[in-house]
Design a protein around this ligand. Sequence first.
Ligand code: ZN
Ligand code: ZN
Length: 279
Amino acid sequence: MEIVFLGTAAFEGYPNPFCNGEHCLSAISSSKNIDKRLRSAVLIDNRVLIDFGPDIVASSQKLGLNLSKVELLLITHSHEDHLYIPNFAMRQRAFNNKFDELIDMTVMASDDVMKKIIESEYSVDAKLILKPVAPFKTYEFGEYEITPVPANHYVGENEKGLLYLIQKDSKTLFYATDTGPFDNLYAENLKNKVNLNKIDLLILDATLGFTQSEYLGHNTYESFLQTLSILKTHDLLDDSSTIVAHHFSHHHNPNFHELQELYSRENILVSYDGMKIKV
Ligand SMILES: [Zn+2]
Ligand SMILES: [Zn+2]
């Protein structure tokens, strides 16, 4: 699988254009693109897109990507940085000059997210195949196996966020944002309910970075490392696994090069917009 990061920021983008904090001012005045982050999404093999936030247009323009070959869209949850429903209109006849040639796009999301998509006029006649999915069940899609698993992330009364395990050619990618720390029970569930052996590429929430936070819906640097240690204890990660920190908030995370300096001490990569990884 080849993964391209379309965006790597948390909810407000990095820099947040309304913020005069040190990190945002330094990012906006930086001459380097690597210091500027759009809202998080990744593209796999040009065919599978994870999340559909408000920066999909900006990120695909910036990276020179055409998304018309995307056959599968996975939605983690309905927070606005991950799902901007009007995006579906770009697939409707009125907005698409090659509508007749446009291939269907399957959308996988939880029941509650799917309800929001179905209720919207933007999803009508957009060549969508809507497939509600449940955690710990595996769905085949061409040569991919897709297994949603629960996120440790509050979304709303009725909605539980999802993370996705994506398997192809006996490699496993675990896309794990937005989420807080995993505990031993979580790792046991990955082993027992999903039969997971090893994660080859882990893309893990690092939103809260270098802060002391009691909030459990995202990872701090400390809880990021604790999560890795739990997954290692259960043999779900080993020295050959690639680990990427992802989904950065401007509050608690310095610029790319400082982050890279801190995470590289633990052999962890730091995501940036446009980053490509093969697994
Ligand atoms: Zn988010
Ligand atoms: Zn969220």
